[in-house]
Design a protein around this ligand. Structure first.
Ligand code: GDD
Ligand code: MN
Length: 391
């Protein structure tokens, strides 16, 4: 049976944690078709939170004969570190197949754990407890201003990250498959681990790795006991991080454009050199193209896609051949579009047409091929499947 571990940070949650453990163990876990365990991550609470968890752990272990409540203490400050230490412990010490992020204060009502785990058991890699889809909600008693901040904050992050598929990017209620998603993330390198905003980076990385992401409705409740640790500073740093991550995505496109421009210069310079040398036409026109392809391949490999750099003679050669194949595709696109243009507008418009063909057809085509096929920064199950078929 799959083991799902709820990682629950609790910092001075004495009034909540005892009841939370009771509800989870007695009411919720028995309904779920997975091996459920709870790992509480304490941040040196001074109100007895730790002692309550230790006591509960003993009590429920002896009554069920199976240890299902664990406690660790975080060594570095901040919510992000609480989760990182919790995930590490859940994976390496407790052999979790999936981990859940959940608050201790009942704002994530325990009855929503089951639908999340069910979605995972049906094959989801990443489940997002969402307040902004049908069936989900924020507390009715929240003031309109607070609702607006939450809603527009989310919308803002969706805009800067260009993510319109997911509706709730700041939720604290999520489930992540370990294999292929969590184990691909360098947790200790996440941004802002000392803050709540680490959540945006974790989401960003998880979405990249997850092949199947689903949103599960969450009715976010109000906090009734103890105090929230969230504040406007946390909010600002969340927006800031979203902007940084958003720009990082676009940075790749800027680098890609720069490399393409250098490729164009290589092309033009060698055409000139070979012309001066008096080379035959076929050489003067073809060699520069291939040289620009070489330049594009090398610069994209070491710069634009440096995190995915292809290394090793054999791999480089085979990728380079593939790269030539995709470049051939660009040639076909330009030729076909050019001929259609000639027919529609006449040859007199070629110089006007060319930039349009490049900007609207060739560049998007190349960018797509590089990301999806050559350096594989975008994951498409269908493409992976076809490539597997082709060997
Ligand atoms: N161990 C540990 N260390 N726990 C912490 C820390 C910390 O530094 N900071 C907060 N917690 C625990 C709290 O005890 C609680 O269980 C949970 O983390 C969430 O903290 P709250 O203080 O209740 O945060 P919130 O309700 O304002 O924020 C919620 O909504 C945000 C926006 O939607 C959380 O779900 C956030 O994750 C979410 O981003
Ligand atoms: Mn809360």
């Amino acid at each position: 049976m799959d083991k799902v571990i709820i990682v629950m940070p609790a910092w001075n949650e004495a009034e909540n944690i005892r009841e939370m453990i009771k509800v989870l163990i007695n009411d919720e876990f028995p309904k779920i078709e997975a091996n459920m365990e709870l790992l509480v991550v304490d941040n040196h609470s001074t109100d007895g939170t730790k002692e309550i968890v230790e006591e509960a752990s003993k009590k429920y272990t002896s009554s069920t004969g199976h240890k299902n409540i664990y406690l660790i203490e975080q060594d570095k400050p901040g919510l992000g570190w609480a989760y990182v230490r919790g995930f590490q412990y859940a994976v390496s010490k407790l052999n979790a197949n999936a981990v859940m992020e959940m608050d201790a204060d009942f704002q994530h009502p325990p009855r929503f754990v089951k639908p999340m785990v069910d979605a995972y058991l049906k094959g989801a890699d990443y489940c997002i407890g969402s307040r902004y889809i049908k069936g989900g909600s924020v507390p009715k008693e929240w003031a309109e201003s607070r609702k607006a901040v939450s809603f527009f904050g989310n919308l803002f992050i969706r805009l800067v990250l260009l993510n319109f598929k997911i509706h709730d990017l700041t939720t604290g209620f999520r489930l992540t498959r370990v294999k292929g998603v969590l184990d691909k993330i360098d947790l200790e390198k996440l941004h802002d681990l000392d803050r709540f905003s680490y959540k945006v980076d974790l989401l960003y990385q998880s979405l990249k790795n997850s092949k199947k992401t689903v949103e599960v409705p969450l009715e976010f409740a109000s906090r009734t006991k103890e105090k929230s640790k969230f504040n406007w500073k946390e909010m600002i740093s969340t927006f800031k991080l979203a902007i940084i991550l958003g720009i990082k995505d676009k940075q790749r496109f800027i680098k890609f454009g720069t490399v393409g421009f250098i490729g164009y210069l290589v092309n033009a310079i060698f055409l000139r050199i070979l012309t001066v040398l008096g080379s035959p036409s076929i050489i003067a026109w073809s060699v520069p193209v291939e040289l620009s392809i070489v330049s594009n391949f090398i610069l994209n490999n070491i710069w634009t896609f440096k995190e995915k750099k292809i290394e090793g003679t054999k791999a480089v050669i085979s990728k380079f051949l593939q790269f030539n194949g995709t470049s051939l595709g660009a040639l076909v696109i330009q030729t076909v579009a050019g001929i259609i243009g000639d027919v529609l507008f006449g040859v007199g418009y070629r110089q006007i047409l060319l930039p349009f063909i490049i900007v609207f057809l060739v560049l998007p085509y190349n960018y797509f091929m590089y990301n999806a096929i050559i350096w594989k920064t975008w994951k498409f199950p269908a493409i992976a499947w076809i490539q597997k078929l082709l060997g």
